[in-house]
Write a protein that binds this ligand. Structure first.
Ligand SMILES: N[C@@H](CCC(=O)N[C@@H](CS)C(=O)NCC(=O)O)C(=O)O
Length: 253
């Protein structure tokens, strides 16, 4: 009997935003696992509409179509890639080591990942010229007009991520303790090893996003976390100029 050839594996499709650190994490994990993929960069601000149209339930990137399944969220994506194999590509095979990497990844997604997003959204909601620049970088025609139209959208996104003065100030207060935790994981080998794991991608891309922000970089550069992040993402797409009031910035020093 003639055996039908396996159908060709379909190219995975990653829906992303160019400056989105979890989107960059998802792309790097696909590359690490050698999964052929296409990246679809969505227009910032309108991305939830495009995601719904593409059949996703939620409105956030990264969102991935892999083997005809829709997977949304960086934690779900790392697990789907690991499950597809090769085994051990993103999580250690040894159970205790895996538990530590999962814990670090989960913590980083919940505690660390929102910090650069919140600062970026706070900045966008306070600075019209930045909105214009972001619109231009996102490829909108007529960036000044797009920047103006973005104002209500930015206000909405700032609200959902609690990008208000009190929360951004609290993030700045917490930053040294959060970074110390990352440095401790590098020291004990949970992350920062020769072969990056899922927590390296989650943490490294977030720290790299922070290093691209002029208000945060001075507090991070020179640390083991900064060195690890630069290895995970050698060049970050974009840079956020200093936006914080001077007296807030002093809190990170
Ligand atoms: N924590 C989730 C969510 C990621 C997330 O919030 N992504 C942002 C871009 S960095 C987004 O798409 N936000 C849209 C929204 O807040 O509606 C993950 O790791 O995938």
């Amino acid at each position: 009997m003639t055996r039908l050839a396996d159908p060709p594996a379909r190219t995975a499709k990653l829906y992303a935003l160019p400056f989105s650190h979890p989107s960059i994490a998802a792309r790097l994990m696909l590359e690490r696992a050698g999964i052929e993929h296409e990246v679809v960069n969505l227009p910032m601000g309108l991305h939830p509409l495009f995601l719904r149209k593409a059949g996703f339930r939620g409105g956030t990137v990264p969102a991935l179509v892999l083997d005809d399944r829709r997977i949304q969220g960086s934690l779900e994506i790392s697990r789907a890639i690991e499950a597809r194999g090769p085994r051990g590509i993103l999580f250690p095979i040894e159970p205790e080591a895996r538990r530590r990497v999962e814990g670090a990844e989960r913590w980083a997604e919940a505690e660390l990942q929102p910090i650069p997003r919140r600062l970026f959204r706070w900045a966008l909601s306070h600075d019209a010229s930045l909105r214009g620049r972001a619109a231009r970088m996102a490829g909108f025609p007529l960036p000044r007009l797009a920047g103006a139209l973005m104002k209500p959208l930015v206000a909405r996104f700032a609200r959902v991520s609690h990008a208000d003065d009190a929360t951004v100030k609290a993030d700045l207060e917490r930053l040294p303790a959060l970074l110390a935790r990352v440095d401790a994981w590098i020291a004990d080998g949970t992350i920062g090893g020769e072969a990056p794991n899922a927590a390296d991608y989650q943490i490294g891309t977030t720290i790299r996003a922070m290093l691209a922000m002029d208000d945060l970089r001075p507090r991070i550069e020179g640390s083991p976390a900064a060195e690890m992040a630069a290895r995970i993402v050698p060049a970050y797409p974009g840079r956020l100029p200093s936006v914080l009031p001077t007296e807030w910035r002093a809190r990170t020093a």
